[in-house]
Design a binder for this molecule. Structure first.
Ligand code: PNS
Length: 173
């Protein structure tokens, strides 16, 4: 097995079956995979706290002997250096992901030339799945049970029920 230590960074709000599919594929080709949750996302207020996302990813990756879960703040390259990682793993679902991923990979290479980016494709059945769509569809009553783990469905249920008791939310889609 390769000695590569890769970091799979993301927001994971919440983790989806697409993320888990990529983790399984990544774990097969590297020695160790660190799933790294960004704490200070610029995407706005997350639905799940960092601690909840750590719990969900830890539960769902327990089956892998070479996957750990961590959180980071600030630049990914700084975290990668701190962890002595060799590579960053990212998923490409469709051509529309490519431009942003390419820019990010090139910026990371500029900042840390020793760090490689590995792109992998999730299973075809997950190519349209994103955390943003999962939250939106679930909030509007759609069935997402084939697209996220059951434990995530359960957590979405209790989150959204709690939200419903608070001020009304705008249509998220
Ligand atoms: O799941 P996401 O939201 O697509 O993940 C994006 C993430 C966390 C990989 C990206 O925003 C990131 O690495 N942020 C850390 C800040 C950073 O290093 N920015 C420079 C890279 S362009």
């Amino acid at each position: 097995m390769s000695k590569v230590h890769a970091i799979y960074p993301g927001t994971f709000d919440p983790p989806t079956n697409g993320h888990l599919d990529l983790i399984a594929r990544g774990a097969k080709i590297v020695e160790h995979l660190t799933v790294a949750i960004l704490r200070n996302s610029t995407k706005g207020e997350p639905l799940f706290t960092t601690a909840e996302r750590v719990e969900m990813l830890t539960e769902e990756t327990r089956q892998f002997g070479n996957v750990s879960v961590a959180t980071f703040d600030g630049l990914l390259v700084d975290f990668a250096r701190q962890e002595k990682a060799d590579a960053v793993l990212r998923g490409i679902r469709a051509i529309s992901d490519y431009e942003y991923e390419f820019q990010m990979a090139m910026m990371n290479r500029k900042l840390a030339p020793e760090l490689e980016t590995i792109f992998m494709m999730p299973a075809e059945k997950y190519t349209y799945v994103s955390s943003r769509l999962i939250k939106g569809v679930y909030r509007l009553g759609g069935d997402v049970s084939d697209l996220v783990p059951q434990r995530v469905v359960d957590r979405l249920r209790s989150k959204v029920e709690k939200d419903a008791q608070g001020p009304g939310v705008e249509n998220p889609l």
